[in-house]
Design a protein around this ligand. Structure first.
Ligand SMILES: [Zn+2]
Length: 278
């Protein structure tokens, strides 16, 4: 059974709206400790994400989600948490970050599963990724393709969006973390700000409300219209592969907290040197 260490203490060290999230080393360590969960004994059996093909891209590439099922007694009423990357195919370090995350999740004891079902999509737009371009193979911006009041009438147009909407139907989301680049900021609607705060504080990314230009038909707008909290995680700017371990290092504990609702104690250890040596 998972024990959450006094999560409510978090409120005491949370800064007021509008302040920078930056914390001193001591305050940050205290925050991490307060958000940590531990198990009585970390069993040897590891978490094994289940790969599920939820559709095909315009060019017939598989659309894949890696699913971490909750502990068995929570299956029927699981809270579905999504982490998705590379809606824009040129934002390549979003994919690499979720690939590192999946690697680390596979090293966690199964005892850290809880009431959440975690759905990880490292490569939302495989055709665009392949060509290192933002749009899909059909030149559709997959983060403007959602059926929203401000979006295009024909939305959704892309097979990638239709497949994702079917997945959302099958596993209704409690929250979606949508990884992009390059603005190095966490974005959330005002009403979901509290939900986004731990991510900002754990990563030292500032917290904002929008990117500063209109995004009609975006997943964020779709979430707002349908009561789904969507937290947009804009990672740091570099698209270079060599920068991926550093960008992951910035957000790794925040990702664990986003996925599990707490930071598994076993996930503390950074593997940065290992990744840099590869
Ligand atoms: Zn993007």
């Amino acid at each position: 059974m998972i024990r959450i260490l006094s999560v409510f203490l978090f409120c005491c060290c949370a800064s007021r709206a509008g302040e920078r999230p930056y914390l001193s080393t001591g305050a940050w360590q205290k925050l991490v400790e307060n958000l940590t969960c531990s198990v009585e004994a970390e069993g040897k059996k590891k978490i094994v994400p289940r790969k599920y093909r939820y559709g095909k891209s315009a060019q017939n590439r598989p659309l894949e989600v890696f699913i971490i099922e909750p502990e068995p007694e929570s299956r029927d009423e699981a809270e579905n948490v999504y982490l998705i990357a590379a809606q824009h195919g040129d934002e390549r370090n979003t994919t690499r970050v979720l690939e590192y995350f999946l690697r680390e999740v596979r090293q966690l004891s199964r005892d850290y599963r809880n009431e959440r079902r975690i759905l990880i999509i490292p490569l939302y737009n495989p055709d665009g990724y392949k060509k290192k371009k933002r749009l899909s193979a059909e030149d559709i911006d997959l983060n403007r393709d959602f059926p929203t009041k401000d979006g295009a009438k024909e939305n959704p147009q892309a097979p990638e969006t239709r497949a994702f909407l079917r997945l959302l139907d099958r596993y209704p989301p409690m929250i979606i973390y949508n990884l992009h680049q390059p603005f190095r900021v966490i974005l959330a609607d005002r009403e979901y700000r509290k939900l986004a705060e731990p991510f900002a504080k754990l990563s030292d990314y500032p917290l904002g409300e929008d990117v500063g230009y209109p995004t009609p038909g975006s997943l964020g707008t779709y979430g707002r219209e349908n009561g789904i909290p969507v937290i947009t995680v804009e990672l740091a700017r570099s698209m270079k592969k060599a920068a991926a371990p550093f960008i992951f290092e910035e957000v790794r504990l925040a990702l664990f907290h986003a996925a599990f609702g707490c930071i598994p104690r076993q996930a503390y250890r950074s593997r940065l040197e290992e990744y840099l040596a590869e």
